[in-house]
Ligand binder design. Structure first.
Ligand SMILES: Nc1nc2c(c(=O)[nH]1)N[C@H]1C(S)=C(S)[C@@H](COP(=O)(O)O)O[C@H]1N2
Ligand SMILES: [Mo]
Length: 246
């Protein structure tokens, strides 16, 4: 947590928000160098292949903070939410042999992993939640990636004030980590709207911004450079590290 607090205090010292709505670009200036160097150090010390710690039921924070962009307001999302996401389909496509369109029932039937893990936001707060869902590896395997596939990109329903969609990505090695899940439940209840209903990523080995909420599509790609700002994620396009290991 020392690093988290340090990052948070550098953010506030420079008058920058963390990962709420931000108007200042992080692409230039001393802040970016501080952030990049601390993340590199962390990588080297902790490594990338371990399991994130799992906690007990009694450790769960019943009030899990909400953070980031607002709950999606676009027409498609709103009408899906009104129908209790009965018509929601998770699209898995791109460099795959068998593109998928999975209902929530199909996702629930595909796999079942529960993990009580800590979410660490770059702003310096953490919360422990009980997440239940499907390992991402299971869903990717259903789509049968072609040899060219190297990354999966998560496209979300929400947009910022300029209309840019939130998105994120992982390489297929990170995607295969047993704790990388498509979460459907938080603390024994279906995800509520603000925490990313009906499906979000939960990646406890990396910082909170990697765990994309409101996922509508997963695309397998050879390279993410052609997508949006080209750095693999909404916050990455504003200067954050693509690999955000804890
Ligand atoms: N689609 C989407 N996913 C997102 C965000 C967002 O703004 N939009 N914010 C990220 C950040 S910075 C954090 S800390 C977590 C917050 O998750 P929570 O609201 O469930 O606490 O979601 C992450 N995933
Ligand atoms: Mo965050």
């Amino acid at each position: 947590m020392k690093r988290r607090l340090f990052v948070a205090s550098s953010l506030s010292a420079l008058g920058l928000a963390g990962c709420g709505q931000v108007k200042t670009s992080l692409t230039n200036g001393p802040f970016r160098n501080v952030l990049l160097s601390t993340e590199k150090l962390n990588d080297a010390v902790i490594g990338t292949h371990g399991l994130a710690r799992e906690y007990k039921d009694s450790d769960v924070d019943r009030d899990f903070r909400v953070n980031g962009l607002d709950t999606p307001s676009d027409a498609t999302y709103t009408s899906l939410a009104h129908g209790d996401f009965h018509d929601y389909r998770l699209v898995v496509d791109g460099q795959v042999d068998r593109p998928q369109k999975l209902s929530l029932a199909e996702l629930r039937a595909a796999g079942d992993r529960t993990q009580i893990t800590r979410h660490d936001c770059v702003e310096g707060w953490s919360a422990i939640g009980k997440w239940r869902g499907v390992p991402l590896a299971t869903v990717i395997a259903m789509a049968q990636p072609k040899p060219a596939a190297r990354y999966c990109v998560f496209y979300c329903f929400d947009t910022d004030e300029s209309g840019q969609n939130y998105y994120e990505s992982l390489d297929l090695h990170q995607a295969a980590h047993p704790q990388t899940v498509l979460a459907l439940d938080l603390n024994d209840k279906p995800l509520d709207l603000r925490h990313g209903a009906p499906v979000r990523m939960k990646i406890p080995t990396q910082l909170g911004y990697k765990s994309a909420k409101w996922v509508r599509r997963i695309e397998l790609v050879a390279d993410f450079k052609p997508i949006f700002g080209g750095t693999g994620g909404y916050w990455e396009d504003q200067g954050y590290e693509w690999y955000a290991g804890i």
